[in-house]
Write a protein that binds this ligand. Structure first.
Ligand code: ZN
Ligand code: FE
Length: 259
């Protein structure tokens, strides 16, 4: 089992650090900033063997070039369809990526929608999903489409419920506020909100999440639930028909009226 820990960056980003317990070789996911990574590596004299990138946004790739400068042998993996600085290996949906120095294999999942070729990496029950699925929420639609993001989230939703979700931002508390708008009488959302508030009060991460709790509390995965459909239709002012339309309405509602 990999040891996985967060490195905080900017206001609310998590750069995930992966290694075998006690090993000095490590990998990072989405290093938007090199400074906190270099600090963490120096503290335990770790060396960087791989960089996994989920998508092209600056808060996910901003540190790649500098890290590659310090660790020229680190292999940079990133989605084939996006401009990723210093990328060595272009990955696509269905690829299996062996990071020998880490003793780990990752399955690449194509999860477009937030961006046009966003990917996620899955290894041994741990999902690194960038800005696609967040704890109790999802990314905004930037350079992909609503339909893509909806399909990508539905694909992640059917992973085993114990799968740990390592997303790239600490947005959980605010996301649950919107989830509460959508399903005000959900006991699962209320219980999660209490847990998350307690964690945030002592500045502890609320991530990783698990697919099971996302299915129970994340409105963007719950587009087939009658209560969620009803709330989205109330906001839209008309019937929505299918899950993709419900998803689009929820995402637009949150963008316009909540965030
Ligand atoms: Zn992003
Ligand atoms: Fe981001």
């Amino acid at each position: 089992m990999l040891a996985i820990e967060p490195i905080r960056a900017f206001d609310d980003n998590y750069i995930w650090l992966l290694r075998q317990p006690g090993a000095t070789a490590c990998a990072v996911v989405d290093p938007g900033d090199e400074d906190p990574v270099l600090e963490r590596l120096a503290a335990d004299r770790l060396f960087l063997a791989a960089i996994l990138v989920t998508h092209k946004h600056g808060d996910h790739v901003g540190g790649v070039a500098a890290l590659k400068g310090r660790f020229p042998d680190a292999v940079v993996y990133g989605p084939a369809g996006e401009p990723i600085p210093r990328r060595d290996v272009a990955v696509r949906d269905g690829d299996l990526v062996d990071v020998a120095a880490l003793g780990a294999r990752f399955a690449v999942l194509g999860v477009p929608g937030h961006t046009e070729d966003h990917v996620a990496y899955l290894t041994d029950g741990a999902l690194f999903c960038g800005d696609t699925l967040f704890a109790a929420g999802c990314g905004r639609v930037f350079s992909g489409t609503f339909e893509q993001l909806h399909a990508s989230l539905q694909r992640l939703a059917i992973l085993p419920e114990e799968t740990a979700v390592y997303c790239a931002h600490e947005y959980t508390e605010a996301n649950l506020g919107f989830a509460e708008w959508v399903e005000p009488s959900s006991a699962a959302i209320q219980a999660r909100l209490a847990e998350v508030r307690a964690l945030r009060e002592r500045d502890a991460p609320t991530v990783p999440s698990r697919i099971g709790i996302e299915r129970a509390t994340n409105p963007f995965l719950r587009v087939a639930e009658p209560a969620v459909v009803a709330a989205a239709e109330r906001w839209a002012g008309h019937r929505l028909g299918d899950g993709a339309r419900v998803f689009r309405a929820l995402r637009t509602w949150k963008d316009r009226d909540y965030d």
